[in-house]
Design a protein around this ligand. Structure first.
Ligand code: 6PG
Length: 476
């Protein structure tokens, strides 16, 4: 019996995805460049072995799959993907589908999709979120490629995806790079979510002087209310853990220098490319980069000292902690509104027709940013599919009005104490700018016209587009 699908690359994510596919009763052929890995994989598969066809050569692998053959490749993003595609071109036949399930840059995905056209092969760029656990037991799956190629794999993919109240967290989102683009924005939002949680943790730890355990209790409590989400849940869990060697809270022993592999950065870059403000995401990416300047930060602290008052002494601690919860919710609304606005623009620019309610829908379970909150976004976009921004939908405009006072108080308290809250402050700045009909760019237009005769529009519609600036500064 032929396999329904094939998978190449049996590192952690690849093996977990393959086991998930097998577990759902789909016959799967697997191949790995080093054959020993295939052997260990088969042993570890245990009872799932009956659904797995291990192969030791690409000829054997290809022959084992039912045509048109869908082949998932799960190798390191970048060069290795191009190399593998070049090799597979010589083994696959017209109609076969190469599916890149790694964290590719969607611009590479578009290039690969186009590059394969003349060979008759098709290409799917598939965003997979949920980490190792997700891959094994139910990830969120964001598919880009031709709709026909998706139809060939839909059954297998929906069988392995996470479910939210019985609905599949897997969807075809558009042609070529659509799936990887949406995964990139997912990661940009992931960065913002994580950074804002870390900023609130900073206020609790350094502003209020709470222990890791006390912070854990607070996050744990929030996870039972409107902030309920995977990232809040794991934050509570990690803050509670103790180091087995010293017995101290584990987080207190971890160097405050965060890594990044690029996807968060790509969403900020693409937002800038399209002229869509995604300030909370940008701030989160920059904050990660700044975290890596550990040595410079320590040196600067010696030279400049710590700013502000340090401690926060609220009149009511409970009321302030309640404010922190609402501030986090408000910040989150800002980050998601920005992420969705970037997707709306990209949809036009790349001709994708990205289905906003469906994107929110497939993020409700399985992925790293999964939360109850995404169900509210799904409903908001279903009720108002053409909303120019999430924050003007009835449900979210009400939420902004309800929570932005808390965000303002928290940002103000943090600034006074000298505690950095770049992502939260960016979200607040975004709300404040976005909701203000009359801004201050009239002055910028005047400056541009002064130094470069760039012209401006007048509010009275008079057809005169340059100011009375005279010949230079001397006139004033
Ligand atoms: C996911 C994650 C995952 C990503 C990690 C690490 O959705 O499962 O986004 O794909 O690789 O979160 O990303 P960084 O190394 O950039 O933090």
């Amino acid at each position: 019996e032929k396999a329904e699908i094939g998978l190449i690359g049996l590192a952690v994510m690849g093996s977990n995805l393959a086991l998930n596919i097998a577990e759902k009763g789909n016959r799967i052929a697997v191949f790995n460049r080093t054959p020993e890995k295939t052997d260990t994989f088969v042993v570890e598969a245990g009872a799932l072995r009956e659904h797995i066809v291990p192969t030791k050569s690409l000829e054997e692998f290809v022959a084992a799959i039912r045509p048109p053959r869908p082949v998932i490749i799960m190798v390191k993003a970048g060069e290795p993907v191009d190399e593998l595609i070049a090799t597979l071109r010589n083994h696959l036949s017209a109609g076969d589908i190469i599916i890149d399930a790694g964290n590719a840059n969607f611009r590479d995905t578009i290039r690969r999709f186009e590059g394969l056209k003349d060979s008759g092969l098709t290409f799917i760029g598939m965003g997979v979120s949920g980490g190792e656990e997700g891959a094994r037991h139910g990830p969120s799956i964001m598919v880009g490629g031709t709709e026909a190629s998706y139809k060939r794999v839909e059954k297998v993919l929906t069988s392995i995806s996470a479910k939210f109240k019985g609905e599949d967290c897997c969807a075809w989102l558009g042609e070529n790079g659509a799936g990887h683009f949406v995964k990139t924005i997912h990661n940009g939002i992931e960065y913002a979510d994580m950074q804002m949680i870390a900023e609130i943790y900073g206020i609790l730890r350094d502003g209020l002087g709470l222990s890791a355990k006390e912070c854990s209790d607070i996050f744990g409590k929030w996870n039972k209310s409107r902030l309920e989400s995977y990232l809040i849940e794991i934050s509570a869990a990690v803050l509670k853990a103790s180091d087995p060697i010293t017995g101290k809270p584990m987080v207190d022993l971890i160097v405050d220098r965060a890594g990044q592999k690029g996807t968060g950065k790509w969403s900020a870059i693409e937002a800038q490319n399209m002229g869509v403000p995604a300030t909370a995401i940008e701030a989160a990416v920059a904050a990660r980069s700044l975290s890596s300047f550990k040595i410079q930060r320590e040196a600067a602290e010696k030279i400049l000292g710590l700013p502000g008052e340090g401690a926060i002494k609220p009149a009511s601690r409970d009321a302030f902690i309640a404010d922190l919860e609402m501030a986090l919710l408000a910040g989150k609304i800002g980050a998601y509104a920005q992420g969705f606005a970037v997707m709306a623009e990209a949809s036009k620019e790349f001709g994708w027709s990205l289905p906003m309610p469906d994107i929110a829908k497939i993020w409700r379970a399985g992925c790293i940013i999964r939360s109850q909150f995404l169900d509210d976004i799904t409903s908001a976009f279903r009720a108002m599919p053409d909303a120019s921004n999430l924050i003007i939908t009835p449900a979210f405009s009400a939420m902004v009005k309800e929570t932005d006072g808390a965000l303002r108080r928290v940002v103000a308290a943090a600034v006074t104490a000298g505690l950095p809250v770049p992502a939260l402050a960016s979200a607040l700045g975004y709300f404040d700018s976005y909701r203000r009909g009359r801004g201050t760019a009239n002055l910028i237009q005047a400056q541009r016209d002064f130094f470069g005769a760039h012209g401006f529009d007048r509010i009275d519609g008079v057809d005169k587009h340059h100011g009375p600036w005279g010949s230079g500064l001397a006139d004033f």
